[in-house]
Design a binder for this molecule. Structure first.
Ligand SMILES: [Zn+2]
Ligand SMILES: [Zn+2]
Length: 360
């Protein structure tokens, strides 16, 4: 039997995002022999944590322990786990912790190894497992997740880098890969935050010809170029940017999660048959999308949700091979409330990762 307790930072009402999470014990899902328990060392803070803590995307089932960029050590591995994971291995869990795969009447998306589009998607926190138990996230001491959604971390990828890759990283990697970002392509990344900075890193790692980072303020120019961007557009400071760069980009990933962005101008940046993929999910209203920029260059606008387990494995290997180095700031787990407030105030450069120092 487990000799450890599941404790973590719990949101208990919709003011939880304002520095009001409380440290509490919780009951993880009932153990199944396909599960893995993880002694958490690192847990990245995602924008979704804030949206969920404040019920921004609909009512949250409080108490809720957020955090879905989890890295730690496997401390219990079920007898029916078929993956090559042993007690003591460094492992991670992203934003999804279960799907209908392997269950009776399993869906066609799971059959196609696109479990992230399963209609029975179970999020790593704030949702319910198939047995009815609530899912609890990573701003905690331990996590229990079904092994299909637990990944071995390659030795070459430090834990503090691997953690944010598991949500911010895969959310940008998946659409870039899907839409063919690589040699011969120009890629645009809108928003240079946690997600966007990964977008720039992956686009370069995948071998895109040109990467254009697009953000509001001028002050992220140096960082964007350091990350590998070939060009930086400040929509505040660069006059006539939309006209100047019109029709020059093949694939745009928009990481903005505000409905107030100039979506028509962004669409006008695309070449013929270009694609804009929206990965940020605003909680402040809906977009108004003008039709003309879609029509003029046969442009497609779409969306994308995290990535599949197979893509996560592929991404972690790319990170190891290309020594992908995200910009993370480690914060002690005990300071989670302050870190959450700082994140909300846009102070993260570019991802906060909470660290359980006693587990290192
Ligand atoms: Zn996330
Ligand atoms: Zn499914």
């Amino acid at each position: 039997m487990a000799d450890y307790k599941f404790e973590g930072w719990m949101g208990i009402d919709e003011n939880a995002d304002k520095g009001n999470m409380v440290w509490q014990e919780f009951q993880p899902k009932a153990w199944e022999e396909t599960d893995i328990d993880i002694k958490i060392t690192h847990s990245g803070i995602c924008g979704s944590d804030l949206h969920t803590l404040r019920s921004g995307w609909g009512p949250t089932p409080y108490p809720c322990c957020v955090g879905h960029e989890i890295v730690g050590i496997a401390v219990r591995v079920g007898s029916k786990v078929t993956k090559d994971i042993k007690v003591g291995d460094r492992v991670g869990v992203g934003a999804q912790s279960d799907s209908c795969l392997g269950r009776k009447g399993s869906c066609e998306n799971c059959a196609a190894k696109l479990e992230n589009y399963c209609p029975h998607f179970v999020g790593t926190y704030g949702m319910h497992h198939f047995n009815g138990d609530k899912s609890y996230g990573g701003h905690a001491l331990y996590n229990r997740s079904p092994s299909h959604f637990v990944f071995k971390i390659p030795d070459a990828v430090p834990s503090a880098y691997a953690a944010p890759m598991l949500c911010a990283g895969i959310t940008t990697y998946s659409p870039l890969k899907h839409y063919g970002a690589g040699p011969g392509k120009t890629v645009g990344i809108i928003g240079l935050g946690g997600l966007g900075h990964f977008g720039v890193l992956w686009a370069k790692a995948l071998g895109a010809d040109r990467v254009v980072a697009i953000s509001r303020k001028a002050d992220k120019r140096a960082t964007a170029l350091d990350l590998g961007a070939d060009e930086y557009i400040s929509t505040d400071a660069d006059a006539d940017w939309a006209q100047k760069h019109a029709g020059t980009i093949d694939i745009i990933i928009s990481t903005i999660s505000s409905s107030k962005m100039p979506i028509g101008d962004y669409l006008s940046l695309l070449k013929l048959d270009g694609t804009l993929v929206q990965v940020g999910n605003p909680d402040d209203g809906v977009f108004q999308v003008p039709a003309l920029p879609l029509i003029l260059r046969r442009v497609t606008m779409g969306g994308s949700a995290i990535g599949s387990p197979a893509e996560i494995v592929e991404m972690l290997q790319l990170a190891a091979d290309k020594k992908v180095t995200p910009l993370v700031e480690e914060r002690p787990m005990k300071d989670a409330n302050q870190a959450m407030v700082d994140m909300d105030n846009g102070k993260a450069r570019y991802r906060y990762v909470l660290v359980n120092e006693q587990h290192l």
